[in-house]
Design a protein around this ligand. Sequence first.
Ligand code: PXG
Length: 459
Amino acid sequence: MTLPRSTAELRALDAAHHLHPFSDNRALGAEGTRVIVKAEGVWLTDSEGNRILDGMSGLWCVNVGYGRDEIVDAVAAQMRELPYYNTFFKTTHQPAIDLAAKLAELTPPQFSRVFFTGSGSESNDTVIKLVRRYFQIKEKPEKRIIISRRNAYHGSTVAAGSLGGMAPMHEQSAPIPDVVHIAQPYWWGEARQGETPEEFGLRTARALEATIDALGEDRIAAFIAEPVQGAGGVIVPPATYWPEIARICRERDILFISDEVICGFGRTGQWFGCQTFGTQPDMLVMAKGITSGYMPLGGVMVADRVVEVLLEGGDFNHGYTYSGHPAACAAALANLDIMVREQLVERVANDAGPYLAARWRALAEHPLVGEAPMVGLVGALELTPDKLGRTKFPDVGKVGTLARDYSFRNGLVMRAVRDRLIIAPPLVISHGEMDELIARARKTLDETYAELKRWGWVR
Ligand code: PXG
């Protein structure tokens, strides 16, 4: 038996052997990582015994909370019965079949088929191939361009990273051709002075139409977007944005892809974000909340009218070893059972969502907060030295990181994106825990404000 290692030992080994994602690994090694040892409900415990409220559901995924034996048991039972088999070459198995049928039931009516993957990134790579294959079969192979948005996140593989609009990622790995990025609907950060959110929402939506016209509709295959941009900082579009996008997608011969890796499975108060915002996607991208993160799994729902064309085209030469992995599908089925039985989507819409939103939006009165949007159980706090002028701090990201570190010390995981703090807690978070989350967030704002006063960055 191996003895438990001390925190110092774990940190040293981690620094010596582990390259962390999206990290400055030298700085991280010097500073030392936080070692998480267990979790229950919405609470994490680190190797020093600190209990931390997980305001981010891990990485936007643990929707049903930690410690669900039902999922663990379903996975263990499946692994004893059939730990692995593939879904290539004329074979299949019950977990993949049951999950595919379940997803057809839970997703909007245009969907009855799913392509399984292992992650959100793999799902978006799959989307690119599906979209291009669709127009090849329709004998419009010149329709190849996919329109996306700046500051979108669609994953980290070469192709998914290209769909995403993250400049720091593109600087390190040039995007693939035939992806074009338009403006994001980020009113607080990007509207002109005097432009209302409604005006700005229409203007940014119409950038889609203008781009289709400029490049030629005969070259555009699809538009991809997250209902609420998550990793980009929880960018909640003005009310005019989605209806206008929906109109443009209806009028033009392009496919619309809703990337629901974060917004899916109850996060926004409906099963899927497209239902909250009233869009009609042709493909719906899933991962994260499909298993609440207990096992890695992703998928792409493909609308019937697209499937019909794909079926005419014969072989689709694409797939992953772990497409429809039986143990991951078993985790998803158990997870979805919990969501249905405990009515977690309804809970977000009618109880937890409104409860947290009322308290969260009140944080906008804090002198440091410019806006405090929340949809369902996902929200953001824009930190600013000047609310009315919508001014940004110098050295973007410094204040966000400062506040994020205070939050950690206060026992609350919030993520910082630029100078925006964001939360997406598990959908099971209780009223008492939401009160605790708000108290810790408020303390974090006060401490950050006091520090910025010492720096002379606020008056
Ligand atoms: N689409 C969206 C909308 C996502 O949020 C992906 C695709 C890619 O999924 P995978 O499973 O390949 O990671 C994501 C992932 C962050 C953060 O820092 C967000 C994600 C991943 C890692 C970090 O907020 N989202």
